[in-house]
Design a protein around this ligand. Sequence first.
Ligand code: FAD
Length: 320
Amino acid sequence: MSITDVIRKAQSEGSTRISYEMLPPLKGAGLAPAFEAVENLMPYDPAFVSITCHRYVTKASINERGETEYHSLRTRPATIGMASALRQRFGIEVIPHLICSGMSKYDIEDSLIDMDFLGLENVLALRGDKEKEADSYVAHPQGHEHAIDLVRQIREMNQGHFVDAQVDDCHHSRFTVGVAGYPEKHADAESIEADIKALKAKVDAGADFVITQLFFDNRVFFEYMKQCREAGINVPIIPGVKPLSTIKHLSLLPQTFGTFIPEALTDEVKRHADNPAAIQQIGAEWCISQIKELKEAGLPIVHIYTMGRTESIAKIVSQI
Ligand code: FAD
């Protein structure tokens, strides 16, 4: 089912459903832990589960002759396999993420064909991040500079246009395409206005919905929604939230995601610095009140970043 239909249905029923982001397992871990993680969420009727996509990294090793060898590998390779397995096992809707980083247009096309053949109808189109040691993002020589180029490639493929040829009389994929939005601005963007302009371009290129970066202050999200609507972005915008669960998150989350953590939450966490269980409880309560407010505002879907730790997430969702 297309995610836009999932959203429309929730809207028409006047309900707010919860969706979840999960990571594919580390190589060798198998699917059992992912199945267990989703099992915890099934009593709460997930709107969908999205599965992150991880770039190839370069690893150096010394071979028997003492020479340095470079390997391009992924530690979490199975985004498409996991998406398909979850859909088959649980009958839930899934969104595999697809990134441009380290991928040629041909690699991307092959991934899309696999998704299509597996009956996956939705995809989240992302640029992906720079390589760890690099100063900035560098596109694959035969790849894409920006997520908008990936959105265009998917739209073209839906029309039967492949990278190296147009195939008129062919099976057409029918992907619904999501993209990322940043209520607190993407790190590379000059201003929130420039970032919203880039988001508008992705939507004009054919994106059907937006999922946002995580945030802890709902006012930031409501202001972002307002600015997006004023800029003419009329597709659904799904807010992304994450429960803060350790004291390290106070520095790690702003550093990694450019997310502002409100003073009230920071102070409360610091007051319980030596009590990890209390911090987890504080983070959970904050997240519950965020979701309740988003629900009251009539948002049809709220997306939770789980990192696969779904036992604590299920407790949160049970209280909404
Ligand atoms: P883009 O839309 O290309 O934007 C990147 C930057 O370029 C922004 O600053 C934007 O303002 C600017 N920009 C966009 N278009 C143009 C243009 N035409 N000209 C000039 N500037 C432009 N990363 C992963 O590696 N794997 C994942 O699975 C993953 N999942 C994510 C899920 C969500 C919901 C979100 C919010 C992020 C996710 N990310 C993931 C992180 C994402 O890949 C990074 O934030 C990345 O740096 C930007 O990706 P993007 O798709 O927003 O890129």
